[in-house]
Design a protein around this ligand. Sequence first.
Ligand SMILES: [Fe+2]
Length: 455
Amino acid sequence: MSATSLEPASTRVAAERSLFSASQSRVERLRDRFHQIRKFTNALFVGLEPEDCVVQSMPDVSPTKWHLAHTTWFFETFILKRFVPGYRAEIPEYAYLFNSYYNAAGEMHRRDLRGLISRPTLSEAQRYRASIDSHIDDLLSNLDESLLDEIEPILVLGTHHEQQHQELLVTDIKHVFAQNPLYPVFRAGRTRHSVRAEERTTKECLPSQFIDFEETPSAIGHDGDGFAYDNEGPRHRALVPAFSLATRPVTNGEYIAFVEDNGYQRPEFWLSLGWITVNEQRWDAPLYWTKRDGTWWNFTLSGFRSVDESEPVTHISYFEADAYANWAGTRLPTEFEWERAALSCPIEGNFVETELLHPAAAESAVSAEKSGKRLHQMFGDVWEWTRSAYSPYPGYRAAPGALGEYNGKFMCNQYVLRGGSCATSRTHIRRTYRNFFQPEKRWQFTGIRLARDAQ
Ligand SMILES: [Fe+2]
């Protein structure tokens, strides 16, 4: 409502003041959120040495330093260069070095060669972060309402983008450290790594059961309330036939039974491409697992330790998840089944904020009895592979321009994962969130939840 000349001056001033403070608080909220996310990134790499931050252990992994600079490049490219009149980049070459895949934003350095870039140094990358942060602060301090409307969605997208890179920073440094025979510790929070195999106590594990869901037309996709990526829409109705879903993810102990039943040597469980991959890569267990003196050990972010059979299995490719499900006489859920089932689940769990940086065992059988038969660990711990190909929803169109390249152009040869992991931020995940990876990838915290057709 606007103030009219018929209103007393004091009312007009009060209305203007309240408009001003409403707009100011929106800016304040935006600025607070921006700094909160940026600070969390800075906190994540505390403890790493400069030498740790430049290694690229495989093409999928980016050096920590690159993550720090690329997330900064995002704000510089899509906000400062666009909205600050006369903005001049301090180091124009960063546009080339730290563009990841946005063709519309210009040429870029080769992804698989990021580990060869010793300059800028880590401290220069940190200076770049600080400088862009202060430019963003300046911009937010002098915004009019219409510009705020334009900038806000991009700035919010930038914070979610940075949260994705926070997760990658964690999984990438795990891969880097795993190459090192000294098995460096990233976070010493968990002490179980030092327990000897013969001393280990695998926690009592919640038994896995199946919950039945009736056939129903379901609303799939984001409802537009709050932030979502474009690939979560348009929201539409889909008929989800009756199905059953496991109450918790598959554990290490259950997966060991598959391994020891020669699951990796029996082609009958594997997709053709999966069987080729297993043989080419000589996989015989999840990534980071090694057998020593008859016992499975795994590398974790808190060091090398024996495999805890009660924890959800992780670092599993789609091929392995699918083979395990076949061996178990089940299948993987579709993403629509998963989303329908998640409707009743609170978004809580073992996220990056717990600082475990490792999947945790489901709650004990005793407390499960009290809480009844329900879904556990739908969020956090491990990303759950679905059998759904990553494709556009009906009516999806990627936005024009560089930001339209964010999701749409990857809708080919990948599978959807749901629910987030122990490296995902709690404020980043949603019931409609669609993560996606190629079926052979396994350096993320990926795991398995089984489904069945209606019996
Ligand atoms: Fe990115």
